[in-house]
Design a protein around this ligand. Structure first.
Ligand code: APR
Ligand code: PHB
Length: 398
């Protein structure tokens, strides 16, 4: 016999989406339980991306979980596009005044959210291996796990691309759009002072490279590698040699190297499942959509989804009206497809496709020349990169 628990919102997944949703609901006096497959230590140490849009920074700060982010995060007012032996700055302060990005690791956001949830008496169950969802198309959906049944009014599927939520939606109820890319990213975290003030996106005939960072002593790098590359092929010396080869392409720039703390390979895919809802199950973040990391949109889309979902659920409890819930998917998908296009565009602009498509490379070069010389084109990149302002939704202002 399963022992019964009750909450208002059952949340699957303790990534940025699930944890932020739980906190935003808490601020509205709505209870939730977060169920996470991995351990706390694992989710707090998992190195992922680290660029926060203006809107994400504002959302975390307004939710009272931004104190460390504002103290330790690095506000950046531009990025560099590096190609053809020169660097070209995209100046956010001129192109999108008042909007910037903040470089702050995703795992730091997760740590801050877990600390805030637990400090507020929030319930997070870690190491829950066997989550299953039930009765999604009824008013009393539930989640079973480890001999327990959690009855709730709503289930939020925040369990990422490989989670159980989306997979529990009946065949045919979703339409899936996807695209894969003929390369992957090898990402490293290194104990070395960044060799740049701002992020460098490098287009190079050998392949793309990105110089990012996590703080004054920690750098983050990414290299375009073949889709089937394995870490065995990439000893540390080869990684540094290739980063130097692709980044030391402008006079006077020398890349500092140091001990590699962590490395991993990420496949590159674009994916959207529509609608982002089935009955009382609402999908948010990577459970509903994946973007290639070139536009640094994954974490920001997850935060934008749950900002809308918390408002819609709050409106339902306050008024009994499902209006906002019924608009959740359409409102989120508008922002999702904007980010999908921008991420696909940045990926196809900056990566080398190993087809002998000389015409295609000329097009890439022409667009790089255009986006680094036309105010209009640079503004398009800048406004998408720092994040399109939120649209009004319910009581949420722009
Ligand atoms: N049961 C419980 N938890 C699960 C299950 C399951 N069956 N499957 C996955 N999870 C957990 C994962 O262990 C992970 O901690 O769900 C969480 C999903 O978190 P993320 O993958 O971080 O997804 P999301 O919160 O949507 O954040 C999106 O994460 O992957 C990055 O680039 C992505 O930046 C984006 C962000
Ligand atoms: C990162 O810092 O991890 C990062 C930065 C920019 C990207 C992707 C990842 O586009």
């Amino acid at each position: 016999m399963l022992s019964l628990m009750r909450t208002q919102v059952g949340i699957i997944g303790a990534g940025p989406a699930g944890l932020l949703l739980s906190h935003l609901l808490h601020l509205r006096g709505i209870s939730s339980v977060v169920l996470e497959k991995r351990s706390r230590e694992y989710v707090e140490r998992r190195v992922r991306a680290g660029v926060l849009e203006q809107g994400t920074v504002d959302t975390l700060a307004e939710a009272g979980v931004g104190e460390r982010m504002l103290r330790e995060g690095l506000p950046h007012h531009g990025i560099e596009l590096r190609y053809g032996g020169a660097g070209h700055r995209i100046a956010f302060e001129r192109l999108v005044p008042g909007r910037a990005i903040t470089v702050y690791g995703q795992q730091e956001v997760v740590k801050d959210l877990i600390a805030a949830r637990l400090a507020a008496g929030g319930e997070i169950r870690f190491e829950v291996p066997d989550v299953a969802v039930h009765d999604l198309d009824t008013d009393t959906p539930s989640i079973t796990f480890q001999g327990e049944r959690l009855e709730c009014d709503f289930i939020a599927g925040c369990d990422g691309f490989h989670g159980v939520s989306r997979r529990s939606i009946p065949e045919g109820a979703l339409t899936v759009y996807d695209r894969t890319y003929p390369f992957a990213w090898l990402g490293i975290l290194a104990k070395v002072k960044p060799s740049t003030e701002e992020l460098i996106y490098a287009y190079n005939d050998e392949g793309f490279a990105l110089h990012s960072m996590r703080g004054p002593e920690i750098s983050r790098f990414y290299l375009q590698v073949p889709p089937d590359a394995s870490l065995d092929d990439w000893p540390d010396e080869r990684i540094w040699a290739e980063l130097k080869n692709r980044l030391e392409t402008v006079p006077g720039f020398e890349l500092a190297t140091g001990p590699i703390l962590e490395k991993g390979i990420t496949p590159m895919r674009s994916f959207v499942a529509e609608p982002m809802r089935y009955g009382r199950l609402f999908l948010a973040g990577d459970a509903a959509h994946i973007v290639p990391p070139t536009g640094a949109k994954g974490l920001n889309l997850a935060a934008a989804d749950v900002r809308v979902l918390a408002e819609a659920i709050g409106h339902w409890y306050e008024t009994g009206s499902a209006d906002l819930l019924d608009r959740y998917s359409e409102v989120c998908l508008k922002r999702v497809w904007r980010a999908q296009h921008f991420s696909w565009w940045m990926t196809t602009l900056l990566h080398t496709f190993d087809t002998d498509d000389a015409y295609g490379r000329r097009l890439q070069r022409s667009y790089l020349d255009y986006v680094t010389s036309s105010e209009a084109a640079a503004t398009t990149l800048a406004e998408n990169y720092v994040g399109i302002p939120f649209e009004p939704f319910g009581s949420l202002g722009a």
